[in-house]
Design a protein around this ligand. Structure first.
Ligand code: SAH
Length: 357
């Protein structure tokens, strides 16, 4: 008998337990210990399934490195500073950031990486010397400068649909032939209504809201660390603040959009980040959220164009054109410049670069 695929396992589970929440489905597709998407050798980058800002150009990580040095300087250069990254992927951002940090400052590098995927951790070990953690809980209680790029969008979400009266959870069920996954609404009982923690009063029947519980817990941990030990965090991702996203789930394989419920475990599943919800948790924990601001604005304010011209000085015509294209891709409003945003959270009155106003 051929080995069970992730789809077989999920079909079996739904037949035994009933429909899965989207959170359970995403958790299995992305992080199943044997069949999850992040078990693959090369999920990220040009040769992988999806690409991220640091994989597009070294400029992204370098600019983040300069942002880190600015924060460290405003914090009066603590010598016990920790550099922390959540979900470092292939480690590219941090390699580029550290090169920039070392070029412009004497900031000591004590690197702590939080990564749950053993495959991604092995990739990072090839390029970085660091202490690895399964969660933020084990990071030493010292001031941190923390980076998370395209981390929160990779955390599973739940979806709820407003009904004329009450709410339903959108779940993953299976059709009558037991072969094809389909989305089904499961009505919530009144006791379950508090699961839908939205403060938005303008939601009309049939509208969908998304809640990322793991994201809320993670920003809570970051905020409590900042409140007790000090520092700043920079969260860059695609998302929204204030207005509802509706259904923002997407699946990408080989750089193409694919159907969310097709071939579980073979595509990158993501949801837009609710920056408003993250900022609210920061405030609840007594630290200051700044932004979110558009990624294009952030990178431009930190001098991406100046750094691009420096790179182009020693470049061939083709390389110089690549640099221009990368800046366009990262900053142009119709590319990654507006849909991607940067949120800063800090425990003190510093004004990190880009967030001055
Ligand atoms: N920051 C990288 C990669 C983003 S992909 C980049 O910009 O290229 C998301 C990363 O987060 C992967 O490395 C994934 O394995 C990791 N990850 C996902 N959930 C996690 C969790 N709960 N804790 C730690 N790392 C996690």
């Amino acid at each position: 008998m051929p080995a069970a695929t992730l789809k077989d396992l999920l079909v079996e589970r739904i037949l035994a337990e009933g429909p899965l929440s989207i959170e359970e489905y995403m958790q299995a597709c992305l992080y199943h210990p044997e069949h999850g998407f992040y078990k693959q050798l090369n999920p990220i980058g040009r040769l992988g399934d999806f690409t991220t800002a640091p994989e597009i150009s070294q400029l992204f990580g370098e600019i983040i490195g300069l942002w880190i040095v600015d924060c460290w300087t405003q914090m009066d250069m603590p010598t016990d500073i920790l550099l922390v990254e959540l979900g470092p992927g292939r480690g590219t951002l941090m390699v580029d950031a550290i090169r920039a940090i070392e070029r412009v400052s004497d900031m000591p590098i004590d690197l702590h990486l939080v990564e749950t995927s053993p495959t991604m951790r092995a990739e990072q070990e090839k390029r970085l010397s660091a202490t690895w953690h399964d969660s933020l809980e084990t990071i030493p209680k010292k001031p941190v400068l923390l980076i998370a790029n395209e981390f929160f969008d990779a955390l599973p979400i739940r979806q709820y649909r407003k009904l004329t009266s009450g709410w339903a959870e959108v779940c993953v069920g299976i059709d009558a032939s037991n072969t094809t996954f389909e989305l089904v609404d499961i009505e919530l009982s009144v006791e379950e209504y508090p699961l839908v923690t939205t403060t938005d009063k303008n939601i009309v029947p049939d509208e969908i809201i998304e809640i990322c519980q793991q994201g809320i817990e993670t920003i809570g941990q970051i905020s409590r660390h900042l409140a007790s030990a000090g520092g700043a965090a920079l969260i860059t991702d695609y998302g929204y603040s204030g207005s509802l996203s509706g259904d923002s789930l997407q699946a990408v394989a080989s750089h193409q959009f694919v159907a969310f419920l097709d071939q579980p475990g073979t595509s990158d599943l993501t949801a837009h980040v609710d920056f408003g919800a993250l900022a609210a948790v920061a405030i609840e924990n007594g630290v200051n959220p700044l932004g979110p601001i558009d990624q294009g604005y952030f990178l431009t304010a930190l001098g991406i164009n100046i750094r691009a011209s420096m790179l182009q000085k020693n470049a061939s015509a083709a390389e110089a054109q690549d640099v221009d294209l990368a800046v366009q891709r990262l900053c142009a409003p119709d590319q990654m410049g507006v849909i991607f945003k940067a949120l800063c959270v800090t425990d003190r009155e510093i004004k990190p670069a880009g967030f001055e106003v």
